[in-house]
Each structure stands twice: as C-alpha cells, then as structure tokens.
Design a protein around this ligand. Structure first.
Ligand code: OGA
Ligand code: MN
Length: 287
C-alpha cells in the first residue's frame, strides 16, 4: 500500500468570502472522474479554485481546462481581449513582456466578456513568472454582494436589464465614462442587455451582474436615475468583506467562475516580469 503523503488530493476552503485551494493534483495528467466532479462542486460552492504547483504546456493547460467546458469563442464582430479581426487566440498571453496583454497597470473589478452576447462561464489563469511584489489579483463574490443588498434595492433591481458597452470598441485614449449619459453619441456596434440580477446557471444563486467601471446603461431608466442607481450598487459591491486577495506563486492556476465573481488586478512595477496564460470557457445566455 502506498503511504499517504502531503501531496494527497485535497480541496481546502479558504478563510475568505470565496475560494478553495486544491493541492495534490497534477493538472498535466488525466484526472479521475470523481475528482473532476468534486472540483465542479467546489467551484459551484466557492466560485474560484486555486491549483498549486502546476507545470504545464499550453496543450496540457487546454486539456485540463476542457474537463470543465469547451473553449470560449466570441462572435467575429465582438472584440474581446487579444482579438485580432475575426480571431482570438486560444491561449491568451497575460503578460507585461513579449507582446502579451494587460501591461502592468491596475485593472478594475470586471467579469470577462460581460459585454458579449454569451459571456464565458469561467477563465483559468496560469502563473509562469510573478513579480516579487504587486500584481495580486482579487476575486469578489457577487452572490454575497447581491444577498447583502437591502430588500428595497433587491425589489427595485429585480427585473432590470443592463447593457455593458464593449471596452475594446472604445478609443483607448478617450474618456472612460462609467455610465452612458449622452445617448446622442451613435453606437458603433450592437449591444447585449443582460439581467442585472443574474441567476447562476448551475447553482441557481442570484448574483449582482455588474462590473465596477465599464460604461453601462440600465435599459429603460432615465440616464440620471440609472447612473445614480449604478453608482450606489458599485459602492456597495466594492467592499473588502466580499473579496479574496490572491498573492501569486509560480505554478498557480486559478480557475474562476465569471458567472459568480468579479476580478481586479493590482498594478505592479513594470520593471518586473509577470507572465501568465489564460484560457476562457464557453458560457450560456444569461438569465
Ligand atoms: C484576465 C485578467 C487579471 C490578472 O486575465 O482576465 O483580468 O491578474 N487578469 O492578470
Ligand atoms: Mn479579466
């Protein structure tokens, strides 16, 4: 009988409002069915999974990711991070060197692909090189953010729909409004309203489906009233009691649920290297 060692497969809930750490699993190898099922359940319960000590090729990263779904592919005319006309890389370099994406600046709380018609269900980010300080990523529990709203706000937002404007269609050097107040500016692409209160497609939990600083518009509300409501909701969700701050180690893979969380990245010194790879998985139409 092999003796059990420290590398035995284990899922440990973090002492945080979301997240669980997974140890003793080698994502480069095939994974047993009961382990996959435990991981899926843990993702539903904890919204993000942190796999430690991984060492993977791109192909192995994809093979692992596809246990949980198929690749997220945006429509040809809806650009997302790393899109070149009509093509989006399968494994996206999230890196401040070698023509990677996202640089070294702060990235406000967001959910990947929220402005698209069928946003990704989740993303996996694999850390290959990390800076000695800065560049932490925070994940925020949008179910908790919803549940802690007061009852009158819950009632008020129950049936509202929200448009999130595509940040990749905005002038990168232009102003970055957080709400579309000026409706006279012509739209340059179709928009995709989603329920502001989304129901998680597997757990059934309600989530406040709102990013922190993308330009948005509540369908059918007077712009001033909509802007005030959104500001109030954003103030509410931006609280430390809803988030977990992850300090990266080389070999971490974080798999997060875009249907239940937002994520934020701290800035870091651009003289440091931060090299990661991301894969996003297909999602479904929000309801
Ligand atoms: C992403 C992202 C944050 C980070 O890859 O979608 O937002 O910490 N990354 O690099
Ligand atoms: Mn992101």
């Amino acid at each position: 009988m092999p003796t059990l060692t420290l590398s035995e497969f284990k899922i440990t809930e973090l002492d945080a409002p979301l997240g669980a750490e997974v140890t003793g699993l080698d994502a480069s190898q095939s994974v047993a069915p009961d382990v996959i099922l435990q991981l899926k359940q843990a993702l539903r319960d904890r919204h993000i999974l942190i796999f430690k000590n991984q060492n993977l090729t791109d192909e192995q990263l994809l093979n692992f990711a596809f246990y949980f779904g198929s690749l997220y592919v945006p429509p040809d005319d809806v650009p997302v991070l790393a899109s070149k006309p009509g093509v989006t890389p399968v494994v996206i370099p999230i890196s401040n060197v070698d023509n990677g994406y996202t640089g070294s600046g702060e990235i406000p709380f967001h959910s990947d692909h929220l402005w698209t018609p069928y946003p990704s269900s989740g993303s996996l980010l694999y850390a290959i090189e990390v800076p000695p300080e800065g560049g932490d990523t925070y994940w925020l529990n949008l179910n908790l953010a919803y549940e802690t709203l007061d009852e009158s706000t819950k009632e008020r937002i129950a049936d509202l729909e929200l448009i999130t404007y595509n940040p990749f269609l905005q002038d990168p050097n232009g102003p970055r409004p957080k709400y579309r107040l000026d409706k006279s500016i012509p739209l340059i692409s179709p928009v995709f309203p989603h329920p502001l209160v989304r129901t998680h497609p597997e757990s059934g939990k309600k989530i406040l489906y709102l990013s922190y600083s993308n330009e948005v518009e509540v369908v059918g509300l007077d712009p001033q009233e909509g802007a005030e409501l959104i500001e109030q909701l954003r103030e509410h969700l931006n609280q430390p009691r809803f988030y977990y701050q992850h300090k990266w180690s080389v070999g971490d893979i974080v798999y997060w649920d875009n249907q239940a969380t937002l994520h934020y990245r701290q800035a870091f010194d651009p003289n440091y290297r931060r090299v990661m790879k991301r894969v996003s998985l297909a999602g479904s139409r929000p309801f």
